[in-house]
Design a protein around this ligand. Structure first.
Ligand code: COA
Length: 702
């Protein structure tokens, strides 16, 4: 976080590349700085080819400036930048914001490493390169080539993309949404989103942090910082590139389900970050999080002048799990004073189209004064008889006079006439939208954030394990340059306390028949191969074998099918094991994500996991809270809870999840784990099929 205060709230600013030409970026930035309120006497243009720019004395280099410099904004061509950074080091500049393009974004990684190395050596922090710059409304600094300052507000906007920062500035301006800062990260050679989140979590001016990201490079740092910061300030993120990583070869069930976007989703939930799906929701959520006080309870009331809007709003509340309060009789009779006889005191409370600003003021006052009401959604459908601005003024003054520190959101439904009313309410601290659904989503986001903020940190479940025994098996496979076989995977799993059925490897049919006689029927026969993951797909498994004849047939059938469908797979024999009783099928897995590490999965099991996608993910290490949350996100959890049947032993599954989390942390070399199906019974569970893949080991078939 060091140096960020000099970046965001500098006392002195130099502009390197302060061109004489009004159309050049260096000139525009200098103009933006001095024309938006930052004190001229603390601004120093640098240009060796001119004595004065925009009425300010110009210096040939940073070293000629007779004052200390906090922030140097650099707008010279990329090949000149290293020399300028050397100057920054010599001058003791705290932060360099490098506008210039022509670095890593065009493959010029070396040049970027070079400037970073010079800067690091001299203790200079770098923002960028390849940025439009930054804006801070506290010190009225527009150190960017963005056209104007935003309206003053409490939302910090951090954007990886410069173009999007520009678009969002215009968009928020149009909607009268105030911003505190706009910071474009660009290539993130040094300062990244985590540094800035950290800084703003302690900034008294900042109420919410909005992030636009295309990706996270340092996943560990991001998670560590975001978990901490989200307890202090709400973070809303818009993450682009949802479909990424489709091209990566699919190695396991879990791997194929764990695309990079799934990892981001898991990380955001685990870190208490609210995710927005588009620009509109990004700011809907940010407005609600920055402006609304914390609700003291779950009772939500809808107030409307139109029945239809009220019903739509109630539906949206139900969908997003907001609790609509039952209106008690004493409250109902107080509300009746503010509506005609044909009004409704059921929630949604319908003042009817007869309502004027007086009825809005009166009924809102009744509701806010009632301790049993915890949050209010006010809807207004524009009738020709009423000016929306009058209603907006009534709502704003009632909230400010009676308020009681309760969250109030509004929706003004109508044409252009409602726009000014909406802007007015936003300026007065009431998040206001053009549909009931948006208002509900904004309020629901506030509740979600409160849940994140207050949820316990959770604790790690202790896993009894035989790490050394697991290590031996893994090292043996590694030495032989192969993945673990099915039976080795089962062994490793059982060393971590995961229940697995007994299984025996036979080298030929005679051995298989002998083992079968000892074990007794029914049996399962499957190929033992480190190269086959999806056994059903290549006919490598036969279930429920009832006698010797069926075993002989299965043996021939399996080997023939594998030879045909996976001709390159190395076959090390066949596994003979008892046919275990089927239970509720779930899947547990792990896929190691490049940015965030081990991504643990839970969901519905069976061969159709990829089709149903009833799965959820979290990044290891998992706490008991993570495990509970991820399980509850799936439909199959309801089956475990007893949907249409007896409840199953969910706790035994929790232990398996904790074990897989621990295994992934103990052995970096394991890239994927698939336990599918894991049969769950009324008491206990059984990992019917276990597969583990090792990093960098190639498979030969399916
Ligand atoms: N120190 C200070 N000023 C210097 C200098 C130095 N060492 N060397 C040259 N200059 C001056 C030049 O004389 C010129 O001033 P002048 O016009 O008065 O002569 C000024 O710096 C700019 O240099 P110039 O070579 O004209 O560059 P430019 O203005 O055409 O382009 C950039 C510079 C940085 C704007 C350009 O290289 C660039 O990267 N553009 C893309 C920026 C961008 O899009 N960023 C990402 C947004 S998402």
């Amino acid at each position: 976080m060091e140096g960020i205060e000099h970046l965001v709230r500098p006392r002195t600013v130099a502009v390197v590349g302060a061109s004489r030409e009004s159309t050049k970026i260096g000139h525009v930035i200098l103009k933006n700085i001095i024309e938006n309120g930052f004190p001229r006497e603390r601004v120093f243009p640098i240009n060796p080819n001119v004595d004065e720019v925009l009425g300010l004395k110009c210096y040939p280099s940073l070293n000629d400036v007779p004052s200390k410099i906090d922030l140097a904004v650099i707008a010279v061509p990329a090949n000149v930048v290293p020399r300028v950074i050397e100057d920054c080091v010599r001058k003791g500049v705290k932060v360099a914001a490098i506008i210039s393009s022509g670095f890593r974004e065009v493959g010029n990684v070396e040049a970027e490493m070079k400037i970073l190395e010079i800067a690091k050596r001299g203790g200079v922090r770098i923002l960028g390169p390849n940025i439009v710059g930054l804006i801070d409304t506290v010190v009225s600094l527009n150190a960017s080539f963005l056209p104007y300052l935003p309206d003053k507000g409490e939302i910090v906007m951090i954007s990886q993309s410069g173009a999007l920062a520009a678009a969002l500035l215009t968009w928020t301006k149009l909607k009268s949404i105030g911003l505190l800062d706009i910071i474009n990260l660009g290539n993130r050679a040094d300062v990244d989103e985590s540094d800035l989140m950290d800084f703003f979590s302690k900034d008294p001016h900042a109420k919410a942090i909005v992030l636009y990201l295309e990706g996270v490079e340092n996943g560990k740092k991001f998670m560590e910082v975001a978990k901490r910061v989200s307890k202090e300030r709400p973070i809303v993120v818009l993450k682009a590139g949802k479909g990424a990583r489709a091209a990566e070869a699919v190695k396991s069930h879990t791997g194929s389900l764990a695309g990079s976007d799934v990892a981001y989703d898991a990380v955001f939930k685990q870190c208490g970050i609210v995710r927005a799906s588009d620009i509109r929701t990004l700011f809907d959520y940010a407005l609600s999080l920055a402006m609304l006080p914390d609700p003291k309870g779950e009772n939500v009331v809808i107030l409307t002048n139109g029945g239809g809007a009220g019903v739509m709003c109630a539906d949206a509340c139900e969908e997003l799990k907001l609790r609509l309060m039952e209106i008690p009789e004493d409250l109902a009779s107080a509300l009746r004073k503010w509506m005609p006889s044909f009004g409704s005191v059921f929630n949604p409370i319908d003042l009817t189209g007869m309502a004027t600003e007086k009825e809005y003021y009166g009924s809102i006052s009744v509701l806010l004064n009632d301790e049993r009401v915890h949050a209010l959604i006010t809807l207004f459908s524009h009738p020709a008889t009423l000016n929306p601005m009058n209603v907006a003024e009534a709502i704003a003054s009632c909230v400010s006079e009676v308020g009681k520190n309760k969250p109030v959101v509004a929706a003004f439904i109508g044409g252009k006439e409602c726009d000014d009313a909406m802007k007015f309410l936003i300026k007065n601290g009431i998040p206001t939208f053009d549909t009931p659904e948006r208002a509900v989503a904004a309020l629901a986001t506030k509740y979600r954030y409160i849940y994140y903020k207050n949820r316990p940190a959770g604790k790690h479940l202790e896993i009894k394990r035989e790490k050394d025994s697991a290590y031996e098996i893994i090292v043996r496979a590694l030495k032989e340059g192969r993945n673990l076989t099915q039976s080795e995977s089962c062994e490793v799993a059982s060393f971590y306390g995961i229940p697995t059925p007994k299984k025996f490897v036979a080298k030929n049919l005679e051995e298989a028949l002998r083992l079968a006689d000892d074990l007794g029927y029914p049996l399962v026969l499957e190929v033992e191969s480190p190269d086959i993951v999806h056994k059903t797909d290549v006919g490598a498994i036969k279930l429920n074998i009832r006698d010797r004849r069926e075993l002989e047939d299965a043996y021939d059938g399996i080997l023939k099918s594998v030879k045909e469908k996976a001709p390159n797979a190395k076959i090390e024999g066949v596994v003979v094991r008892p046919f275990v009783k089927e239970g509720t099928q779930v899947a547990v897995g792990m896929h190691r994500d490049e940015a965030f590490g081990p991504l643990v999965m839970f969901g519905s099991g069976g061969v159709l996991v990829e089709l149903y996608r009833d799965v959820s993910f979290r990044v290891a290490p998992l706490t008991d809270v993570d495990i509970e949350e991820m399980m509850r996100e799936t439909k199959v959890y309801r089956v475990l809870e007893g949907f249409r049947g007896a409840p199953k032993d969910a706790n035994s599954v929790k232990n398996v999840l904790a074990a897989v989390s621990q295994l992934a942390l103990d052995f970096d070399i394991i890239s994927d784990v698939d336990i599918n199906p894991l049969f769950v019974y009324e008491s206990g569970c059984m990992a019917f099929d276990v597969k583990m893949l090792l990093k960098g080991v190639k498979r030969h078939s399916n």
